[in-house]
Structure formats: C-alpha cells, structure tokens
Design a protein around this ligand. Structure first.
Ligand SMILES: NC(=O)C1=CN([C@@H]2O[C@H](COP(=O)(O)OP(=O)(O)OC[C@H]3O[C@@H](n4cnc5c(N)ncnc54)[C@H](O)[C@@H]3O)[C@@H](O)[C@H]2O)C=CC1
Ligand SMILES: O=C(CO)COP(=O)(O)O
Length: 323
C-alpha cells in the first residue's frame, strides 16, 4: 500500500519504520525541516535517537500524502485539527494514532478528524506501544478500530507483521478513550512512585483508575470489552509501570513535589496526559461522572500540594466497589 504518516515524533517515525519493513510505500510528513533531513539521512535524532531508519522518505509538504491509500495521523492531539485542516481534502482512511481529547470542544479525535476531513473514513490505531520498542522490532500488539468491520479487518491484515500483531475492532470511540484516559492515570501512577507510596497503592490506583476509565468510556458510548483490551487496560498497565512513559515520568516529578511548570518547561516531547487531564475533568463534570483520580492529577498540574491531594483522595467517603 501507499501509506502516509503525518507526524515525525517518536511514534510517527516508529510506525513509518514498521510499515516500511512490511514492504509498504511510506511517506512521512514532519513539521521540522531538521527532522525531515534527519530521517532522510537515516536517523530521527531529535525524537527517536539511536534507531537506524530506512525504506521510507520524509517530507515537509503535506500535499503528496492526500493521495495515499491510507494515512496515519500521529501529531500531538491538540494539533490534530490544525494539521488535518492543512491536508488537501482526502478520501483515504485516516487512522488516528495520537491519544487525547481536544481542549475547549471536549471532542474526541475521531470527531475532530471527521470535521476536518469529511470525505475520509476515520479509525484508530492504539495499544501498549512504546515507540522505541516498536522501532526496534520487539513484539507488540495493537487494536485497529474502524466502524466498518470489513475495512478494519483489511487494514489490520495489511499492516500486520509477526512482531506487530493487529486486532480488528469496530469500537472507534472505545479505542480512543482508553488511550486518552490512560495518559492521565499514568501521571497519577508516577505520583505514587515519586511520593514513595508503595506498590500496593499503585495497584489500587490502576484498578480504581480503570474504574474511572470505564465509567467515562461507557458514558461516551465505548464497549466495556474494548476498555478492558489492548487500547485500554493494556496500555494503562504499560504506562503505569515504567519510567519509559513520559506521562509516568511527569507524575514522578510531581510526586517528588516539583512544580508542573518546571517539569513542562522547555520539553520538546509530549506528555499528553497534561493536556488531557483538564479537558477530561471538564467533560466528566459536565456529564456528572465521578473521576477523583483524574481530578487529583488536574489539581497537581495546576500547582496543588502533592500531600494535600493524596490526603484528599484517601479521605474520600468509603463506598461500594461497583456502583
Ligand atoms: N511515543 C510513543 O511511544 C507513543 C506516542 N503516542 C501518541 O502519539 C502522539 C505523538 O507523540 P510522539 O510521536 O511521541 O511525539 P514526540 O513527543 O516524539 O514529538 C513531539 C511531536 O510534536 C510535534 N509538534 C510540535 N508542535 C507541533 C505543531 N504546532 N503542529 C504539529 N505538530 C507539532 C513535533 O513535530 C513532534 O512530531 C501523541 O498523542 C502520543 O500520545 C502513542 C503511542 C506511543
Ligand atoms: O502511549 C504510549 C505507549 O502506549 C506512550 O506513553 P507516554 O506518552 O506516556 O510515553
């Protein structure tokens, strides 16, 4: 297939390399001219250093990608609308690989993409996928969700490799909500680590965080089994247990009592949970959905004292586990 990849960060670069390894004809669009030049010379030293790249080309021009047979969209969530608006109108299926919810509108990226490119079918590629591992060819499994079951299966078959297993799904909303919410929960788990609260606390937080993800996801039309799958629970477990996660690492700093402004200053790579937490809380509050862990993360990002936030969470009234 002729495949376009929009976004030259770590994940777009890793995906382009996987697709090229599978024999696809891949063109990657990157924002920064130095990233374009680096990829074409064999390394994306800014966002995916140390990984040799070959078999695909990078460009700074979006126009050629509009004619691809499929386009992977891998820009940070808050830039998705702007970049898709600059892409000439396309009928190629758009597979969203970014994880987030649009600030202000509270829209999921599938809704954003459908508005920006009304002629294109929109799907999601998501799962537990650290870019550096994928780029090195280590075994990885992802969900490919498209409303049309046949289209999802065709896409899943087209891009699968022995070390890159794809599972087709028709639950687009479920796949994207899992990925967006887990980033916020990964920050929370990092806080547990940074504040030295122990492994019992982290496991409890993963389980209670998953309850929040499920409540929010079901209210927005997700299927429970999607949230319990690769793109939800799978990704939650990955990013809640490793400093390889940017979101978890941000949380570790917050848990150590460092300020979010200091931790976010001058960072070139994206910790999506920091952008998703406020919009997720706003959307949950508007819909009357209880998300205390996400609210705690938002408070920390806004400068609240870490001991006070932890104390408030632990002092919540006791309740039934399943309400
Ligand atoms: N890195 C990973 O392991 C994974 C990342 N993702 C998701 O993929 C998305 C992209 O993340 P990464 O590739 O890791 O990014 P990154 O953190 O490696 O790089 C930042 C990216 O932001 C782009 N950017 C900055 N300003 C921009 C603007 N004004 N317009 C458009 N793009 C702009 C940069 O060009 C660069 O591509 C995020 O939503 C992330 O959650 C999903 C799965 C794995
Ligand atoms: O989404 C990811 C892995 O699936 C990457 O997580 P971080 O953005 O926290 O590094």
């Amino acid at each position: 297939m002729n495949i376009g990849v929009i976004g030259g960060g770590a994940w777009g670069t890793a995906l382009a390399q996987v697709l090229a390894s599978g024999g696809h004809d891949v063109t990657l669009w990157a924002l920064e001219p130095e990233v374009v030049a680096g990829i074409n010379a064999g390394e994306n030293a800014i966002y995916l250093p140390g990984v040799p790249l070959s078999g695909f080309r990078a460009t700074g021009d979006l126009a050629p990608l509009a004619g691809a047979e499929a386009i992977l969209v891998v820009t940070p969530a808050q830039h998705t609308r702007g970049v898709l608006a600059k892409l000439p109108a396309t009928r190629a299926p758009l597979l969203l690989c970014s994880k987030g919810i649009e600030a202000g509108s509270h829209k999921l990226l599938s809704e954003v993409a459908a508005e920006a490119q009304p002629g294109a079918a929109v799907g999601v590629l998501s799962g537990p996928t650290f870019a550096a591992e994928v780029a090195r060819g280590l075994p990885t499994a992802v969900t490919i969700a498209m409303e049309d079951a046949d289209a999802a299966e065709r896409m899943a078959e087209a891009i699968a490799l022995p070390s890159f297993r794809t599972y087709a799904s028709t639950d687009v909303i479920g796949a994207e909500i899992g990925g967006a919410v887990k980033n916020v929960l990964a920050i929370a788990c990092g806080v547990v680590e940074g504040a030295g609260l122990g492994q019992n606390a982290r496991a409890a937080l993963i389980a209670r965080g998953f309850a929040e993800m499920t409540r929010f996801g079901l209210a927005r039309g997700s299927r429970a089994e999607t949230l319990a799958g690769l793109s939800g629970l799978g990704d939650l477990v990955l990013t809640c247990s490793s400093t390889a996660s940017r979101n978890f690492s941000l949380g570790v700093g917050l848990g150590q009592g460092r300020a979010a402004t200091e931790l976010m200053a001058d960072r070139r790579t994206v910790a999506e949970g920091a952008f998703t937490a406020p919009v997720l809380c706003e959307a949950a509050e508007a819909a009357g959905i209880d998300m205390p862990v996400a609210q705690g993360v938002r408070a920390l990002l806004e400068g609240a004292d870490v001991r006070a936030v932890i104390g408030e969470l632990l002092a919540r009234p006791l309740t039934r586990e399943h309400v």
